[in-house]
Every structure is written in structure tokens, then in C-alpha cells.
Design a protein around this ligand. Structure first.
Ligand SMILES: [Zn+2]
Length: 113
């Protein structure tokens, strides 16, 4: 157990070391290879093409926090085939945040820039 006198400085050090997750770059090829389940929404265009939006799970289906935050920030930029899908996609992303019990997308005590 930590001595009380150590807890506060230790918390301060951890705060200094902690940075909001920065988005690792996913190449276009990497994103194309992701399964549909990696995306917040998968639509079908009138010509039958599949249109996938807002990838936020990696190839191992693990939630990727930087891409989750990015997806939430880009929701309004998506060109939806059916705008009704925007709400479901937002709900999907918000459910991840709720499951985390915290919002990793909020700027931390120390901004990366
Ligand atoms: Zn998801």
C-alpha cells in the first residue's frame, strides 16, 4: 500500500505522463482490409456499393480509442447514403464511451500541443 505522502506526488507524475491518446495513422489499405464490424456504420449505395463509415476497431476488433475520438469528431462530416444512419452510428460510438465509463476524447490536464 502506498504511503499517503507518496500518493499525491505519484498522482502528479502520472498526470504529467498521461497524454490524450493520439491517433495512430491507419493507411487506406489498412482501413480497406478491416472487417465491416470495425466501422460505426455500413451502408449500401444506390449502385449497390458498400459504403463504410468511421472505423474505430482495429484488425483484431479491439476498440481503438484515438479512432473512436476521431470518429465522434467526424460524425458531422460524413456523407450518408441515408441520413437516418447517422443517429445509429452516433449511438454505436456513444455506447463505447458509456462502456468505458469515462471520456478519453476530452482534452486532458495537459494538451499534446
Ligand atoms: Zn464499435
Amino acid at each position: 500500500m502506498l504511503a499517503r505522502w507518496m500518493a499525491l506526488p505519484l498522482a502528479g507524475i502520472l498526470l504529467l505522463l498521461w497524454r490524450p491518446a493520439e491517433a495512430a495513422t491507419w493507411s487506406g489499405q489498412y482501413v480497406r482490409q478491416l472487417p465491416d464490424t470495425a466501422f460505426a456504420s455500413v451502408e449500401t449505395a444506390p449502385d449497390g456499393t458498400k459504403v463504410r463509415h468511421l472505423p474505430h476497431h482495429d484488425a483484431d476488433r479491439k476498440l481503438d480509442l484515438p479512432h473512436l475520438c476521431s470518429a465522434l469528431g467526424r460524425l458531422h462530416q460524413v456523407k450518408w447514403v441515408d441520413p437516418a444512419n447517422a443517429e445509429a452510428a452516433q449511438r454505436h460510438l456513444q455506447d463505447h464511451l458509456a462502456a468505458l465509463g469515462r471520456n478519453p476524447c476530452q482534452p486532458g490536464p495537459r494538451s499534446p500541443r
